[in-house]
Design a protein around this ligand. Structure first.
Ligand code: NAD
Length: 451
């Protein structure tokens, strides 16, 4: 049996070896899920809701432990890790409301009664990345379970520990064995088996556009529905009429949060030419003040990158680039990279490709039309921000930018009560929000003849 050594990104030290599941072990877990799913789906809706609320309560009781695990395996600052663990409980609580609200419809027809039902798919396979291991998993498993599916979840190789603990906590909370199973393993083994296994009826994939495209192609071959949450190269658009102080203060959080390893990172900063220099003068002290360091320190805002490989990849983008200024980062052990602001030109690699690190490419624009064109000059379409005091402009630009989630005068992207997902190469389908549980069902229409 092969294993993966989980490393602490802040020190580079080994944390633990985790066994990687084989295809046979994946098949056994799927078979258990198939056996458990029917009874789970047939539970009274209120009972499924109670089970999810109980799961949420148990997660709440273990927020500290889950947060510490997240710090250890992903290097997230402890304050973010607490937020993430609490968010898992909130998402579970939110979707605990879904089983009793998955209402179908009755359609007027002649000669009988016509009714639609929302039926679960059966077993759903969820594949998640390493950047937000707990929260992204919960966005999939909470609504999928609420809708009456069983879930098999594959965490990323580098960050299996929080997901494995959530698997234990589900059992502790009383979820029946097989309803929620975490299977640590390699992408091309366990993840690919989710795609090819005939009993996995729907796949949710969050990760790179490259692998997501392969997963989608595999699912297409079997006509298996797939939700894809992929990469991004989101724009932070600052107009001259904006509250420039507020916009500048928000820049570090908009792109250096989670060390830039955030699919929603505003990794392109587009600034109206007339205020370009003045705005960068405001951004520089905000970047210098961004606290990078020990993830266990509650005041830390940014930890290390996930791995040496990721750090080297990020460094390769910055090499030879026109660096305007940088923040600070610890030296020595661990996978550190200082927040970096780069002056870029249109079409530059650093301005078009997803770096997935604490690097922002800054470009000037001329007017509203130019800003929209520049924001859309990417294969991606996940998130973005628009800073302006002109409400009409905020509305026009938000309508023009091809992204799944946008914010005006804010850099927030995720609220579990609102839909989340990408356009173009950033994905297919939506997670979160009021409709997510329904996305884990198929509509069945039944006509009951009355004579
Ligand atoms: P990745 O694509 O390398 O891996 C993601 C997951 O897919 C991992 O669990 C991996 O083991 C698995 N995998 C790898 N090969 C596979 C295969 N052949 N079949 C099935 N599964 C396979 O991505 P990553 O490096 O872990 O994560 C970073 C990427 O994720 C970035 O591009 C980022 O933008 C994206 N992301 C997107 C969102 C979103 O919601 N849109 C959220 C977070 C991360």
């Amino acid at each position: 049996m092969s294993a993966f050594t989980v490393l602490n990104p802040a020190t580079g030290a080994a944390v633990r070896d985790v066994a990687l599941a084989s295809v046979e072990e994946t098949d056994a877990a799927v078979a258990r899920a198939v056996r458990a799913q029917r009874a789970w789906a047939e539970l009274a809706p209120v009972a499924r809701a109670d089970a999810l609320r109980n799961f949420a309560r148990v997660v709440e009781d273990h927020v500290e432990e889950l947060a510490q695990l997240e710090v250890l395996e992903a290097g997230h600052p402890i304050s973010s890790a607490w937020w993430e663990a609490s968010h898992v409980a909130q998402v579970l609580n939110y979707y605990a409301g879904a089983p009793e609200r998955l209402v179908g419809s009755q359609i007027p027809v002649a000669g009988g009664l016509d009714v639609t039902y929302h039926e679960p798919y059966g077993v759903v396979g969820i594949i998640v990345p390493w950047n937000f291991p707990m929260t992204i998993a919960a966005w999939g498993f909470a609504p999928a379970l609420a809708a009456g599916n069983a879930v098999v979840l594959k965490p990323a190789e580098m960050t299996p520990l929080t997901a494995m603990r959530l698997g234990d906590l589900a059992l502790e909370a009383g979820l029946p064995d097989g309803v929620f199973t975490v299977i640590p393993g390699a992408g091309p083994v366990v993840g690919e088996r989710f795609v090819t296994h005939p009993d996995v009826r729907k796949v949710v994939f969050t990760g790179s556009t490259r692998v997501g495209t392969e997963v989608a192609a595999g699912c297409a071959g079997q006509l298996k529905p797939v939700t894809l949450e992929l990469g991004g190269k989101s724009a932070n658009i600052v107009f001259a009429d904006a509250d420039l102080e507020a916009a500048a203060a928000a820049v570090p959080g908009s792109v250096f949060d989670n060390a830039g390893q955030d699919c929603c990172a505003r990794s392109r900063l587009l600034v109206e030419r007339s205020v370009f220099d003045r705005f960068l003068e405001l951004v520089e002290p905000a970047v210098a003040a961004w606290r990078v360091g020990d993830p266990n320190d509650e005041s830390t805002e940014m930890g290390p990158l996930i791995s040496a490989g990721q750090r080297d990849r990020v460094a390769s983008y910055v090499e030879g680039a026109n660096v305007a200024f940088r923040g600070s980062a610890p030296e020595g052990e661990g996978f550190w990279f200082a927040p970096t602001v780069v002056l870029a030109g249109r079409g530059d690699r650093i301005a078009t490709e997803e770096v997935f690190g604490p690097v922002v490419a800054v470009l000037p624009f001329d007017d509203e039309v130019d800003a929209i064109a520049l924001a859309n000059d990417t294969v991606y379409g996940l998130a973005g921000s628009i800073w302006t005091r002109d409400l009409g402009r905020g509305i026009r630009v938000s309508r023009g930018v091809q992204s799944g989630v946008l914010s005006v005068n804010s850099h927030s992207s995720v609220r579990y009560t609102t839909p989340f997902g990408g356009m173009k190469a950033s994905g297919l389908g939506r997670e979160l929000g009021p409709d997510a549980a329904e996305h884990f069902t198929q509509t069945k229409n039944v006509f009951y003849a009355t004579s």
